[in-house]
Design a binder for this molecule. Structure first.
Ligand code: SF4
Length: 361
C-alpha cells in the first residue's frame, strides 16, 4: 500500500477535483469520474483492480497518488457482532472505526481525529492527547474499509448504512475535513450515504455549532452535555471552561431554530455512577434545558467502564429514575444500549487498545 506524504490521496477528492486531477494528467474528464466510481461505488482500494483504466494511466497514478492510505492493524469482533478496526494512517497514527450491525440497518462509527485534544475525564481517547486531525480522505476511507470487510469489496450492503461521528476525536475540530467527507460520501455515484444518514456528536465547540446552523446540507447534530452545572462540567468536560453551559445552550437554541423537517438534534448525557446521576442532577438538567426553552431529546448513555478511568456506569434503577424525572419535566429521554463493550468499541473506549481478542481477517 502506498503511503507517501506527497502523494495525493484520491479518496479525499470530490468528483470535480478528480476530473481536474485527470485533466492535469492530460486525460479526458470522464477518467476522473471513472476513478471516483472505482473508489467509492466499487470501493476498490488499489489501482491494479481498476482494470477499466489503461495500464499506462494506472502506472502514472501509482507514482503520484494513492487510492488508499489506511491499513488495518487489528480487527476485533464482539460477541454482539460489533467490529472494531484499529487502523494506521500513512504516518503511523491510530485511527479507529466501529461497525455495528443492527436489525434494520448498520451503523458505522468513524473517527475524525487520531487521539483527541479535549480532556473529557470519562473518555479513554482523551488519554492519547491529539495526534492529528484526520483528512477528508481518511474519514471516507474508514467507511469504505468497514463496508468492504463486512460485505465484501463493492458489495451492496443489504440494509441501510447510518454513520455516526462519535469515534475518536472532536469532529468540529476537524470541521473542514468532516464537511468535505460528507459531501464525498453523499455522491449518488459513490457511497451515496446522504447527510440525513449521518449524526455528528460534539463536546460543545460553540462557533462550529453556530456555523452548522447556517449550512443547509448538513448531518444531524448531537451535543454531549455530561453535567448539568458549570462547576461539574468544568471538571468532566474541561472544554466547558472555554464555552460554558449558558453560551453552549444559547448556540444550541439557535441551532434548534434552524432545524428543518427531518433533521434531528439531540443531547447526550453520559451517566457516571455516584457522580452526575442523582435525582438532583436530573432536576438541574431538566431545569437548565427548560430555562433555555430546549425540549430536545436527551440520550442517557451509561458509562462504559475502562481501566484506568475512575468511573462506573450508573445502575439501571438510577438511569430509570433519572429518565423519569426528565420526562416529568417535559424533557424526552431515552437510554442508549452500549455495544461492543467487550472489545473496547463502545463510546469513550476508543484508545487504540490492542489487548482484546484480535480477529485478524
Ligand atoms: S469524549 Fe469525545 S471530545 Fe471528549 S475527549 Fe473523548 S473523543 Fe474527545
Amino acid at each position: 500500500m502506498v503511503a507517501a506524504v506527497e502523494k495525493t490521496h484520491l479518496t479525499g477528492l470530490t468528483p470535480a477535483e478528480l476530473v481536474s486531477f485527470a485533466e492535469q494528467l492530460g486525460e479526458p474528464a470522464y477518467r476522473g469520474r471513472q476513478i471516483f466510481a472505482a473508489l467509492h461505488q466499487r470501493r476498490l482500494q488499489s489501482f491494479a483492480e481498476m482494470t477499466d483504466l489503461p495500464k499506462e494511466l494506472r502506472v502514472t497514478l501509482e507514482t503520484i497518488s494513492a487510492p488508499s492510505t489506511l491499513t488495518i492493524e487489528s480487527r476485533y469482533l464482539s460477541a454482539d457482532g460489533t467490529r472494531r478496526y484499529l487502523m494506521k494512517t500513512y504516518d503511523n497514527l491510530p485511527a479507529e472505526t466501529v461497525f455495528i450491525p443492527e436489525e434494520r440497518r448498520d451503523t458505522i462509527c468513524f473517527s475524525s481525529q487520531s487521539g483527541c485534544p479535549l480532556q473529557c475525564s470519562f473518555c479513554l481517547t482523551a488519554q492519547l492527547g491529539l495526534l492529528r486531525s484526520l483528512t477528508a480522505g481518511e474519514i471516507v476511507e474508514q467507511i469504505i474499509i468497514a463496508l468492504n470487510d463486512a460485505y465484501g469489496v463493492g458489495e451492496t450492503p443489504p440494509r441501510g448504512t447510518n454513520l455516526v461521528g462519535m469515534g475518536a476525536g472532536e469532529p468540529f475540530l476537524a470541521f473542514e475535513s468532516l464537511i468535505k467527507a460528507l459531501r464525498i460520501m453523499a455522491e449518488p455515484k459513490g457511497l451515496h450515504i446522504v447527510p440525513n444518514r449521518v449524526t455528528v456528536s460534539t463536546a460543545g465547540i460553540v462557533p462550529r455549532i453556530r456555523e452548522l446552523a447556517t449550512i443547509s446540507y448538513r448531518p444531524h447534530l448531537a451535543v454531549s452535555l455530561g453535567a448539568p452545572t458549570d462547576e461539574q462540567r468544568d471538571v468532566l468536560m474541561p472544554i466547558n471552561k472555554k464555552w460554558p453551559l449558558a453560551e453552549l445552550l444559547a448556540a444550541c437554541k439557535d441551532f434548534e431554530r434552524s432545524l428543518k423537517r427531518g433533521e434531528r438534534f439531540t443531547f447526550e448525557y453520559v451517566m457516571l455512577d455516584g457522580v452526575n446521576d442523582s435525582d438532583e442532577h436530573a432536576r438541574q438538567l431538566a431545569n437548565l434545558l427548560n430555562r433555555h426553552d430546549l425540549r430536545v431529546k436527551v440520550n442517557l448513555i451509561p458509562h462504559n467502564p475502562a481501566e484506568p478511568l475512575p468511573y462506573q456506569p450508573s445502575s439501571r434503577r438510577r438511569v430509570e429514575s433519572f429518565k423519569s424525572i426528565l420526562e416529568s419535566k417535559g424533557i424526552p429521554a431515552f437510554v442508549r444500549r452500549p455495544r461492543g463493550q467487550d472489545i473496547f468499541a463502545a463510546c469513550g473506549q476508543l484508545a487504540a487498545r490492542r489487548e482484546a481478542n484480535p480477529a485478524h481477517a
